[in-house]
Each structure stands twice: as structure tokens, then as C-alpha cells.
Design a protein around this ligand. Structure first.
Ligand SMILES: Nc1ncnc2c1ncn2[C@@H]1O[C@H](COP(=O)(O)OP(=O)(O)O[C@H]2O[C@H](CO)[C@@H](O)[C@H](O)[C@H]2O)[C@@H](O)[C@H]1O
Length: 533
């Protein structure tokens, strides 16, 4: 399937759904007549936020953080609720689960119960109770050996189908939890992409926003899954979810949703190019031309505050560099590093190809030779884990590596380090660099995606343009030089700590988008539901 075929298909799809011609500008007038000021919504508008991770229970990476923070940030404006699988961590949590409904299966997708949990700060979470799919050890995506669960297609089709069932009329009736029924679905990453498809295949036009956190993971499965997942054969075309003879959950999300967002403006542009589009650049370029693709940057929540973070060895504020140093000493002890006056470089990351750990590993010796130290926390690909373990063995006292996942250690490292290394090949937004800046650790990062948007070179961190060892090394050398000029170094720290990427800033564009998709009954036409923000 060529990309031009995808573009043609998308135009056809858009043309099919864009039958009426009411200009978007007339929406404001209609809304005003309905008593809704432009750009605002009724606080009670019900929205379902569908995700495969929620940091309150389980977090593999940034998606877990975003799922915990963004719905809470939007609660003042919407009756937003979350839907996720009832993994073992959910069932064993301290929060009681009340079973409220039963959702039928479809083809090989088993039936399940729907539970409800009330979390702090008024967040309601619906959980899919299906022990055969979700109650197991390991991570949401991988078993304990790091191998993908072989039934992931079924597991996440179950999640997607549940979201669609909660939104649409079914033979069993319409989902109604004491008057709550979603008017819009906000879907996240490939694990939820089929939800938009299940709606459209049932002639339901509930609006869907689809957020891409990482285009590299697409949920690709063989065509035999069409019947297993109850997907109509007619959807297996270039206009539908077919992608090089396989079915793509990611493409389903893009094709069948009303609007696609990704998590930074730069990444939204990058994914329309062959270098970053993972084969979907043609389709995504078309979405961009239709103003159906936009970038809304992530924020970070208020718990990332060095003055109040209970995990830190010592709370500290801007200019309290003795307090910051106490955290550095603590990190040195955590990793059994030698006492030193040199800088501490850090990595807090999933250990995957995306994150450019090969460049960091290659730079490690030069960091040590120049008097620096390196601490790493992460887990992921075994080859990267082993290469890091070897480094630690080669440079005892100068390099410390913890293979694993620990929120507490991650926070201590952000607080105790001087620099954070992020030579990511691509980075849709990146949260670690924002956390690091907040805690006075200056990121050294490739100028790509959200890193380019959130780091000011030479002011709040260091950016390098070409993804090469040489350019990365030059950025590290600059960091050493600045570290040697104490006043300059402290000025950069102050600048980094002063920026605060609050979720508040991301709330406004999301509200504008939701609002345009949820125009009041009587005003809504399908054409108005493809919007630009
Ligand atoms: N071993 C470990 N122990 C403790 N904490 C660890 C850890 N390894 C990673 N983390 C934490 O996990 C999160 C990682 O988030 P990132 O946004 O930096 O990358 P990720 O690639 O997972 O997210 C994807 O989705 C997010 C959300 O949209 C995008 O920002 C990003 O670019 C995209 O790749 C951070 O909170 C980090 O501190």
C-alpha cells in the first residue's frame, strides 16, 4: 500500500463525512445562542479518557503520568472519567472496586465486568475486570521475561471495544452510570485506536480525539485478527486500518477519529515526514492539511516541586545550592560513587532504542575521564541493560547503574544530578527533561520533538542538532565548561527551575478542541466535527 493510496483514501473518507457546509465560524454564533461562550464548556460535559496506563496504579512511561495528571487538570471543566484495564495492580490496590455493569464480548474478545473506583481529587476510574486478560504479573505490555504478551491484540481490543460500548447504543441499551454517559472519547495510543473503529462500524458518530504519545508503537497484527476481533472485512483496505497487509490499531485511531493530537508542536510536524512518520507520514500529512492534526504539549503536575517533594533527601529551593548538594551527596551514596567535586550526569529512562542510550554509553568514558560521574536508572531492552552493567563494572565509584523502576529513586536522581542526558532519536514530548529542569538538573538533549520545544539552548539546558556522537560530545563538553563557571552554571539552574510547564497551559487547547467537537444538539453536524484548533 503506497502512502499516496493512504492520502487518497483519507480524502475520500473526509469527503464522505464532510457532507454539510456550515462554516466553523458560524458555530460561535450558534453557541452564543445556546448560552455557551466561545471557547468554554459546560463543566458537566461527560468525557471518557481511555488509557492503558495510569500512574496511580501502573506506569511504564510517560503515558502513565499524563493519564494521571491531564484528566485531573480538566476536572474543573468537564465530568471527565478514565477507563483502563483492571490489571493486578488495580485489583490489589487499596481502592475498593464497585462492579457496576457487564459488557458483552465480540468474536474472540471475552465478556467482562465493569468496575468503578473513586480516586483522590474526585477522579472516577472505570476498570475492565477480565482476569483472564489482565490479572497477571509483568507489565501491561510484557511478561516477566520482557516478552510481549501473545494476546495483546485481544487485550487491547477488549479495552477499545469497552470504550465504544460505553459510548454507543447497543442491543443491551445505552451505558448509564447514574446519569453519566460519555459524549466524547479521548483515546490514547495504539492500545485504544480500535475504539474509534468500533464506533464507526456501528454507525455511531460519538466524537473521538486520538492522542499519539509515540508513533513508533503501532499495534500491528496479521489479517487473521480481523475475524477474531470482530472487525468487518470491509475495513481491511487502504481507506481503513490495513497497513502493508496487516491490521494497524494505530491507523484505526487516526482514520476513524475526528481529530488527532500529539504531545508537542514540533513532533506534530515531524510525524508528517518520512524520517519520523513510521510509514504513516502520508496519512498524517493529509490530516495536517485537513487541520485534523495538532500538537498540544504535555505539562507536569505540582508534585514535581523540590521544595515539597517528600522523596528527596533534602527539600530545596532556587539558590539553596547547599540543599541541592545534599541531594547530590545522597545520590552518590545510593550508587556507591566516590566523593567528588565533579558534576553528576544522570539518565532516567526506559532503556529502548528511541532514547539513544548507545550514544550515552559511548560517551560515558569521556565523562569519567573529564572528572564527571554518571548515574542511571532504567529498564528495557536486555542488550542495553547489559551494556550499562558492563560500564558500571568498568568504572566503579564513577558510574552507578540501577536496572529497575523506582519513582522514589528517579526523583532523588533528578534532584541530585547536575545534568540529565537525553540524546533521544525522537521524542514526542518528553517529561524527564521537564522534571529535571524543575529540580535544577540541566538537560543535554537532541533538538527533536518536545525536547526542542521545552529546552532553551544555553539557557535552561543544552541542545545539539545532529544525532551524532560528535555533536553529543560537544554538548557534553559545553556542559563541563559551564559547570566550571559557577556563576553561569547557577544562572542556568535558576532559569531552568523558574520554568514550570503546568498542565494549566495544556488545558486551554484541549478545551477548545473538545468544545468544537461537542457543539450542542441541534447545532452539530458531522462537518463541524472535523475541526482545527
Ligand atoms: N526506571 C525508571 N524509574 C522511574 N521512573 C522512570 C524510569 N524510567 C522512566 N521513568 C519515568 O517515566 C517517564 C518517562 O516519560 P517520558 O515522557 O520521558 O518518556 P516515554 O518515552 O515513556 O513517554 C512517551 O509518552 C510521553 C507522554 O506523552 C511523551 O512525553 C514521550 O515523549 C513519549 O516517548 C518519566 O516520568 C520518567 O521519569
Amino acid at each position: 500500500m503506497s502512502n499516496s493510496a493512504v492520502v487518497d483514501a483519507t480524502v475520500a473518507h473526509a469527503t464522505h463525512t464532510l457532507k454539510t457546509t456550515t462554516p466553523v465560524s458560524s458555530v460561535s454564533a450558534s453557541l452564543a445562542r445556546h448560552g455557551v461562550p466561545a471557547g468554554q464548556s459546560e463543566p458537566s460535559d461527560p468525557i471518557l479518557f481511555v488509557t492503558s496506563e495510569l500512574a496511580d496504579f501502573v506506569k511504564v512511561g510517560g503515558l502513565g503520568d499524563v493519564s494521571a495528571a491531564l484528566p485531573r487538570a480538566l476536572l474543573n471543566h468537564y465530568d471527565m472519567r478514565v477507563l483502563m484495564p483492571a490489571y493486578r495492580e488495580v485489583l490489589e490496590s487499596i481502592w475498593p472496586v464497585h462492579v457496576i455493569d457487564h459488557l458483552p464480548g465480540l468474536a474472540d474478545i471475552p465478556a467482562c465486568d465493569l468496575g468503578r473506583i473513586e480516586l483522590p481529587e474526585g477522579l472516577t476510574v472505570y476498570v475492565l475486570i477480565c482476569p483472564e486478560l489482565y490479572d497477571r504479573p509483568g507489565s501491561p505490555y510484557l511478561d516477566e521475561q520482557g516478552v510481549e504478551w501473545e494476546d495483546n491484540a485481544i487485550r487491547f481490543a477488549r479495552l477499545s471495544l469497552a470504550a465504544a460500548q460505553m459510548a454507543m447504543e447497543t442491543p443491551e441499551g445505552r451505558f448509564d452510570d447514574q446519569g453519566w454517559h460519555p459524549d466524547l472519547l479521548h483515546l490514547h495510543d495504539w492500545q485504544t485506536g480500535l475504539a474509534a473503529g468500533y464506533l464507526r462500524w456501528n454507525n455511531d458518530d460519538t466524537p473521538c480525539v486520538y492522542t499519539i504519545h509515540n508513533l513508533a508503537y503501532q499495534g500491528l497484527y496479521g489479517p487473521e485478527y480481523l475475524s477474531r476481533l470482530g472487525i468487518p472485512d470491509s475495513a481491511f483496505t487502504a481507506q481503513g486500518l490495513e497497513f502493508y497487509d496487516r491490521l494497524s490499531f494505530m491507523k484505526a485511531g487516526i482514520i476513524y477519529s475526528n481529530h488527532i493530537t500529539t504531545v508537542s508542536e514540533t513532533y506534530a510536524r515531524e510525524i508528517t515526514t518520512p524520517a519520523f512518520g513510521c510509514g504513516l507520514e502520508g496519512l498524517l500529512s493529509d490530516c495536517a492539511r485537513e487541520k485534523r492534526l495538532s500538537g498540544i504539549a504535555n505539562g507536569i503536575d505540582d508534585s514535581w516541586d523540590p521544595q515539597t517533594d517528600a522523596y528527596l533527601a533534602c527539600a530545596f529551593a532556587t539558590n539553596d545550592w547547599a540543599g541541592k548538594r545534599a541531594n547530590t551527596d545522597h545520590v552518590r551514596r545510593m550508587f556507591r560513587l566516590a566523593v567528588s567535586h565533579g558534576p553528576v550526569f544522570a539518565v532516567v529512562s526506559r532503556l529502548v532504542h528511541q532514547k539513544g542510550l548507545d550514544l550515552t554509553i559511548a560517551a560515558a568514558e569521556s565523562i569519567v575521564r573529564a572528572g564527571g560521574q554518571l548515574v542511571v536508572i532504567g529498564c528495557g531492552e536486555p542488550a542495553i541493560e547489559n551494556a550499562l552493567r558492563n560500564l558500571e563494572a568498568r568504572f566503579p565509584g564513577a558510574i552507578g547503574v540501577h536496572i529497575g523502576f523506582s519513582e522514589r529513586e528517579a526523583r532523588c536522581i533528578f534532584a541530585g544530578s547536575d545534568f540529565l542526558l537525553m540524546p533521544s532519536r525522537f521524542e514526542p514530548c518528553g517529561l524527564s527533561q521537564m522534571y529535571a529542569q524543575r529540580f535544577g538538573s540541566l538537560p543535554i538533549a537532541h533538538r527533536t520533538g518536545g525536547l526542542a520545544d521545552t529546552i532553551e539552548d544555553g539557557v535552561t539546558g543544552f541542545l545539539f542538532d545532529e544525532l551524532s556522537q560528535q555533536d553529543f560530545q560537544k554538548a557534553i563538553d559545553r556542559a563541563f565548561r559551564i559547570f566550571g563557571c559557577t556563576e553561569l552554571f547557577y544562572a542556568m539552574r535558576r532559569a531552568a527551575m523558574a520554568i514550570h510547564y503546568q498542565w494549566r497551559l495544556s488545558v486551554t487547547p484541549y478545551r477548545r478542541l473538545y468544545h468544537q467537537l461537542m457543539v450542542p444538539a441541534g447545532v452539530t453536524t458531522h462537518s463541524l466535527r472535523h475541526v482545527s484548533i
